[in-house]
Design a binder for this molecule. Structure first.
Ligand code: AMP
Ligand code: ZN
Length: 114
């Protein structure tokens, strides 16, 4: 989609530190990390928010989670623990309207989140 930051990262038009890539998704480091490891897993196909997901996207969303979990294992904090987050729309603080799964790891997290 024209004018979408994460579509441009997927297409390689804007640089990013990629940590994962396959036919369905890309994982890259967050530019403003909130933990020692903070990566974003995004579908290659543009989807704005979780509100646009349909039953046909079940495999895609599951794939984002599996890819992030695989990277958490590689990064060394799978057993200690980590956080996966998807923000949807304004109240949750979504700022980039291309679906992304945050993977945060390498420190302790509190609950409830802010
Ligand atoms: P959200 O608030 O859930 O929409 O998260 C958007 C995330 O994208 C934030 O954590 C930003 O730091 C991150 N971000 C924004 N621009 C870039 C970029 N060019 N490369 C990597 N991450 C980015
Ligand atoms: Zn996009």
């Amino acid at each position: 989609m024209a004018d979408c930051l994460f579509c441009k990262i997927v297409e390689g038009k804007i640089p990013a530190k990629k940590v994962h890539e396959d036919e369905l998704c890309v994982g890259f480091s967050d530019i403003n990390p909130q933990a020692p490891t903070h990566a974003l897993f995004v579908p290659k196909r543009h989807v704005a928010t979780t509100n646009e997901l349909t039953a046909e996207d079940r495999e895609l969303v599951g794939h984002l989670t599996v890819s992030a979990a695989k990277y958490a294992r590689q990064a060394g904090f799978a057993d200690t623990g980590y956080r996966l987050v998807m923000n949807c729309n304004r109240a949750a603080g979504q700022t980039v309207f291309h679906l992304h799964l945050h993977l945060l790891g390498g420190r302790e997290f509190t609950w409830p989140p802010g």
